[in-house]
Write a protein that binds this ligand. Structure first.
Ligand code: SAM
Length: 467
């Protein structure tokens, strides 16, 4: 099979491959683009995605450059077409509303209709003007659009985790539980090293999940995403069965545990046979008969556990200390989104009925207007050669080469100010007022490699001291 579209999507969309449809800023829909297979229930288009922004036959999204804007089809083939038709028949003008899709509305539901579920009625919708963008799959986009079967690890957490546990091309990473596969996708990309040269290890993720249905769903997803050879999923309770794969050590360099009781899994992530196994072979209820460490014997191993409650952290840290883990460290990622935009006039007032603008907002708006006025006055007063920059923002306007705006097809405002319209205004950045979500506590630790007398002798032979 080819390289996964998550790792190399190529320049264009392809049939039978995953694409992420961006309906509005935060509304993403994963869709497997289907080849046109002739008539589907009377539709030449084949499968169709129906959204409040219009209908998008898969055929219009195939073999286009990633990132393309796709306009809604003039032919509405889905449920929306049906309801519009009904409304029209009822003489209801409200049907116009349904097509006036707004980018601000992101609570829309889209149905990925296949030929099977589309009605055998073709409905021409002349005023459909919506559009979507077709994006290549990435772990980040997948995280925000995947079908949730469990809580998932989000991008701000996993980007930091993967960095701290030193996941890099060629690393072998062990993960439990797999859950919805959000972390797995990001981990695979981090360790992917293509086809490594002779003698070099292939980066791989070994993932474990004990919930049977989730295991099967994720197996299918990994396969559909072309990740079979890079992520290996095992159906197992790791507290009980540990982390070997077909009885062999995955030789993990890095470990990520998103489990309710990481301290129960830690004894099986040792370098030496855990005492709990020595007593009667299964003090932890382990069915592992022979003991092989699942860790890379030649390297320090980096671990992260992910737990929502501080009590879980306490128990995990205690187990880590007893099992020889060092550099134990807890982090909480407090992610805050910043929204940056340009405010052309600088008014930040809301004139909706019932909204009271604060005295501070009013004062700030007046100050900004005064600033802008004074800039215009200064500009007009200058004995200019018609080529100066009109600094309309906090930071410098574009390079002076852009000043002759009239030549780059600018608007009249551009022509007078020399600043492209999109660069006009103050750059305003607003943060979310407070951090809303606590996700989990991240506990990091390192298990140093074992260093034996033989290792010391070998090192001494290789790097003789004082000779
Ligand atoms: N990290 C995942 C993601 O980003 O999508 C989410 C993991 S979810 C919070 C925890 C998963 O661990 C669940 O799917 C659960 O079935 C699994 N699990 C819990 N205990 C387990 C065990 N002892 N062995 C294997 N999997 C386990």
């Amino acid at each position: 099979h080819g390289i996964s579209p998550f790792l190399d999507p190529g320049p264009h969309t392809k049939a039978n491959s995953l694409a992420i449809l961006q309906l509005s800023r935060d509304n993403l829909l994963p869709v497997y683009l289907q080849p046109p297979t002739g008539e589907h229930d009377g539709y030449a288009e084949g499968a169709v995605v129906n959204t409040r922004y219009g209908s998008f036959p898969h055929s219009t999204m195939l073999n286009v450059q990633w990132g393309s804007q796709i306009r809604a089809s003039k032919v509405d083939t889905g449920s929306r077409g049906r309801s519009l038709k009904r409304k029209r028949e009822e003489g209801d003008d409200a049907c116009r509303e349904a097509t006036g899709a707004s980018e601000k509305d992101n609570d829309d539901s889209a149905t990925a209709a296949t030929g099977d579920s589309t009605p055998a009625v073709k409905q021409a919708v002349a005023d459909t003007s919506g559009f979507i963008h077709v994006l290549p799959p990435t772990p980040e986009l997948w995280t925000t659009s995947l079908p949730h079967r469990t809580q998932v690890v989000y991008t701000p957490d996993y980007s930091y985790i993967l960095h701290r546990i030193r996941a890099r091309p060629g690393s072998v990473l062990v993960e439990a539980g797999a859950g919805s596969g959000s972390f797995t996708h990001a981990a695979v990309r981090a360790v992917y090293n293509g086809y490594p040269a002779e003698g070099r290890r292939k980066g791989k993720v070994f993932s474990f999940e004990f919930h049977e249905q989730r295991y099967h769903k994720m197996r299918k997803e990994l396969s559909d995403h072309g990740l079979d050879g890079l992520a290996h999923l095992t159906h197992r309770d790791v507290y009980d069965g540990g982390f070997l794969v077909d009885g062999n050590s995955p030789e993990a360099d890095a470990v990520f545990l998103d489990l309710p009781a990481p301290w129960e899994a830690l004894p099986l992530l040792s370098r030496r046979r855990p005492a709990s196994l020595d007593m009667n072979g299964s003090a932890t209820g382990s069915k592992q008969i022979k003991w092989v460490s699942p860790l890379n014997p030649n390297k320090s191993v980096y671990l992260c556990t992910f737990s929502p409650c501080i009590e879980q952290v306490t128990r995990t840290v205690s187990a880590m200390r007893r099992l020889g883990w060092v550099d134990i460290d807890m982090v909480e990622i407090a992610n805050r989104k910043l929204h940056t935009s340009r405010e052309r006039v600088g008014l930040n007032l809301n004139f909706d009925r019932g909204v009271n603008n604060s005295a501070h907002d009013v004062e700030e708006a007046i100050t900004r207007l005064a600033e802008i006025e004074s800039r215009f006055r200064d500009h007009a007063a200058k004995p200019g050669d018609g080529d100066e920059e009109m600094d309309s923002g906090d930071e410098a306007a574009g390079p002076s080469g852009q000043n002759s705006a009239a030549t780059n097809g600018g608007t009249s405002a551009e022509a007078t100010s020399g600043t492209p319209r999109w660069m006009e205004g103050r750059l305003i950045t607003r943060g979310e007022p407070e951090i809303k979500t606590h996700t989990s506590y991240l506990v990091f630790a390192v298990l140093p490699r074992e260093w034996t007398e033989e290792d010391e002798a070998a090192a001494a032979a290789k790097f003789p001291v004082g000779k």
